[in-house]
Design a binder for this molecule. Structure first.
Ligand code: GLY
Length: 336
């Protein structure tokens, strides 16, 4: 097993990565816990033995389960079972489960311990690590939540073998992002080492900026266009697929701004292609609508903040030239 520490003073914890890592979950549970509330979804289909008195609490499928009413229902069910502040919640599943389980744990009894067992690639390299928890509102995604660090995270790479092929590939979009956050040639690694390398990068970034005062935003590399394509809703794109296209767009913007050379753009395209991901915009992308989604002011592009590669590596850039944002997007539309 590979153990990656997330160094956050008295809230530090370990992420255990490897084939069969789920068997290690007991070592991460707080010693005082008597009961474990396992939050999962029926489709996950994985059973764990926490080594404590345990009960399974299922939430609904998909992103639509990320609501305040799910949190209310879970907390009521915890109370009816008699879960106490000294017990533990285990989030067993992908990003939806760990976001919901984490937020329920952050809220129940004003906060009880949570341990995540991430079973999706996206969850293992991103969602389960770093303490961001929350749910959606009709007004937008992840608008209500809390920073609530887990007591530990298990990334059992054996659980990825049964993921639907498309879901696995979509997770590779998030891994592709880490190539440019200091990961280097991650595609040369075996899966557990590759996951651990991403976790190491995320752990270091989170340790340096837990509450996203600044640097943590680099984890959103590729997300400006990626989120816009997801919000547009007209395309059948998974999060990681949208991020992959967003990474290419970010490289094109950085090149046009003179921040990176053509070879670096080629390397971005190579990595995305290596993972079998599409780097082209979906057919029917409406440039104006997508650009409008970049900005809080839907009619102007002056307040956009992007994460861009450059001479100092990937960093946040406030107010990139709006014409460059438009030109790079129009060029990608024309390339289709
Ligand atoms: N998913 C980005 C972050 O955890 O900050």
């Amino acid at each position: 097993m590979i153990i990656v520490p997330v160094e956050l003073a008295d809230r530090s914890y370990d992420v255990i990565v490897g084939d069969g890592a789920l068997a290690e979950i007991g070592s991460l549970l707080p010693p005082q816990s008597r009961r474990a509330a396992i939050v999962t979804q029926s489709e996950i289909g994985i059973e764990i033995d926490a080594g404590l008195e345990q009960r399974v609490f299922e939430i609904g499928q998909g992103e639509s389960a990320k609501t305040l009413s799910t949190i209310g229902d879970l907390c009521s069910a915890f109370a009816q079972w008699g879960l106490t502040r000294n017990d533990v919640v285990i989030g067993l599943g992908g990003g939806v489960v760990t976001d919901v389980a984490g937020f329920a744990a952050a809220s129940y009894h004003r906060g009880i311990s949570v341990v995540h067992a991430a079973t999706s690639l996206l969850g293992q390299v991103d969602a389960a690590i770093g303490g961001k928890t929350g749910v959606n509102l009709p007004e937008g995604k992840n608008l209500v939540g809390a920073f609530w660090q887990p007591a530990g995270v298990v990334c059992d790479t054996a659980t990825l073998a049964t993921l639907p092929e498309r879901e696995f590939r979509a997770g590779l979009g998030e891994i592709a992002k880490y190539h440019f956050l200091g990961g280097g040639r991650l595609d040369d690694e075996q899966l557990p080492e590759r996951v651990a390398a991403c976790v190491r990068i995320k752990a270091e970034v989170v340790a340096s900026d837990e509450r996203e005062g600044g640097r943590r935003a680099i984890l959103n590399y590729g997300h400006t266009l990626g989120h816009a394509l997801e919000i547009e809703g007209a395309f059948d794109l998974r999060h990681g697929e949208a991020v992959a296209i967003g990474v290419i767009y970010a490289a094109e913007v950085a090149h046009r701004l003179g921040r990176i050379d053509a070879a670096a753009v080629t390397e971005h395209r190579r990595v995305i292609a290596e993972y079998g991901l599409d780097s082209e915009l979906p057919a029917g992308t409406n440039t104006d609508r997508v650009l409008g989604l970049f900005s809080r002011d839907k009619k102007a592009l002056d307040d956009v903040t992007m994460v861009l590669d450059g001479p100092n590596g990937v960093e946040t850039v406030v107010g990139p030239d709006p014409q460059v944002l438009r030109d790079a997007l129009e060029a990608m539309v024309a390339q289709r």
